[in-house]
Design a protein around this ligand. Structure first.
Ligand code: GTP
Ligand code: MG
Length: 448
């Protein structure tokens, strides 16, 4: 176990007033720090791991009592960081937590940096890098689906999937290296057929993972939905009706919405980020034209476009777009002849609420919410970092397979395979650099 010599401490709970706050201490001197701030029999001699004590916390200099608290020692390696850890659950409120932390710092601990507890957990092999990232994801999750995805990843969902890709390649690499080392003996290298089999199955597993990368992004960032249509079609009214609040301005005059108005909406646990936009027309004033340009830009990066067709107006010819599309009839309560409009998916009325449930259902179908749930539950929601490394590994592996087919020298194959494994290893953290750890742990706050 790689144990950092320094013992660190930080408040692990958010600042503000609360029932309890937790001060976390980790490192070789964690128990010494605890003894210094809490004079309790249970901290003398052999300390029982995971056995909570209640004691008075005192500042080591001067001995002033700062709080009555629960002290929980967790002995290495059976702790979050893999080091000796002591968690002090004191009364909530910034003042008390700060005083308890000050006492621990005076007792010899150093202030922890952002994400330092989790970084130590990773360095001590308690978590893989993707699991450490899942801790940050779980903390930052703001809907049920992303929280579920983060927890499954933390519990090793992605780690297992990656191991299935990586392990056969690692074995193959060892065989290739072995055959290079004992090159003059016969039959030590892997035969070409079994090598091809490993490449094929690893490429297939990578493709399966990458096929769900889009689902992963939607889980993490939410589904971007753009409401688009002619001016005065009732886009803002529908936007408000879906959200259940008067978020965007509505008016009978065409050209009311100019800026893009965005708001989050949860349907069956999936977060949709709705964007209400300026109505599409070419003869508006200067500001409205700028709004139309914004509409087109939003539509270009949308995951789902709702093309709003007023059912009391002329049939609209919609521009092609690259995202999934739902044709949504609006103002259905004013409709006279529905047969005028081709290809409608649903007729809605913001006024009566007609069709809104069906629209919500169609939205979840359009983005395959069922699949998103499966991806989340399996912990396979790749982050952009995971996806980039996996795609790079996949490209290199495909190249390697071509080289192997062309009977390239074993040295070259082994070196190409090292490259593939380096890319893959950066996902789980089997291979890491300070730069990579900096990139990952910069998302954390102090105390995590
Ligand atoms: N009867 C009826 N009127 C509606 C409905 N939805 C919208 N309207 C009316 O249609 C007019 C335009 O509504 P908005 O929601 O502002 O339309 P918009 O598409 O956002 O318009 P712009 O932002 O100007 O492009 C307003 O007078 C609304 O009250 C509906 O479902 N039924
Ligand atoms: Mg509007």
């Amino acid at each position: 176990m790689k144990s950092a010599a320094v013992t660190i401490a930080a408040v692990a709970t958010p600042s503000g007033k609360g029932g309890i706050a937790v001060v976390r201490v980790s490192g070789p001197a964690a128990l010494a720090v605890a003894r210094n701030v809490c004079d309790h029999d249970g901290l003398r001699g052999e300390v029982v791991s995971h056995y909570a004590l209640v004691g008075l916390i005192r500042h080591p200099e001067g001995g002033e009592a700062v709080d009555q608290a629960v002290v929980l020692p967790m002995i290495a390696p059976g702790s979050y960081t893999g080091e000796d850890v002591v968690e002090i659950s004191c009364h909530g409120g910034e003042q008390t937590a700060r005083l308890v932390l000050d006492a621990c710092l005076s007792a010899g601990a150093a202030m922890a940096g952002p994400g330092e507890f989790t970084r130590r957990a990773f360095l001590n092999g308690r978590l893989s890098l993707d699991q450490a990232e899942a801790v940050a994801d779980l903390i930052h999750a703001d809907d049920a689906l992303s929280a579920r995805a983060a927890l499954a990843q933390l519990r090793g969902g992605l780690r297992r999937e990656l191991a299935a890709v990586e392990t056969p390649l690692l074995e193959l690499h060892a065989q290739l290296e072995g055959s290079l080392e004992f090159g003059d003996e016969d039959d030590v290298g892997p035969d070409s057929a079994s090598m091809m089999e490993v490449f094929a199955s690893s490429l297939e597993s990578m493709d399966t993972l990458l096929a769900d990368a889009r689902g992963g992004r939607l889980i993490r960032d939410g589904v971007q939905v753009v409401l688009m249509g002619p001016p005065n079609a009732g886009k803002s009214s529908l936007f408000n009706a879906l959200l259940g609040e008067q978020r965007a301005l509505v008016d009978h005059e065409a050209g009311t919405t100019r800026d893009v108005v965005s708001s989050r909406l949860s349907i069956e646990g999936v977060t949709f980020v709705l964007h209400d936009t300026a109505g599409l027309r070419d003869d508006g004033d200067r500001v409205e034209s700028a709004g139309v340009a914004l509409t087109r830009r939003e539509a270009a990066r949308a995951d789902l476009v709702l093309q709003i067709q007023p059912l009391d107006g002329a049939p609209t010819v919609f521009e092609d777009c690259c995202a999934a599309v739902l044709r949504v009839g609006s103002r259905a309560d004013l409709a006279s002849d529905m047969t005028l409009y081709d290809g409608l998916d649903v007729a809605t009325s913001a006024r009566t609420g007609e069709g809104l449930d069906e629209l919500r259902r169609l939205m979840t179908v359009a983005v395959d919410a069922g699949r998103m749930n499966e991806v989340a539950r399996a912990g396979r929601a790749l982050s952009q970092r995971h996806r980039e490394r996996l795609e790079a590994a996949r490209t290199d592996l495909a190249l390697l397979r071509e080289q192997a087919e062309a009977h390239t020298a074993v040295e070259v194959l082994a070196s190409l395979l090292s490259g593939v494994l380096a890319q893959l290893g950066e996902v789980t953290g089997r291979v890491y650099s300070e730069r990579l750890l900096g990139e990952v742990f910069s998302r954390f706050c102090v105390g995590k």
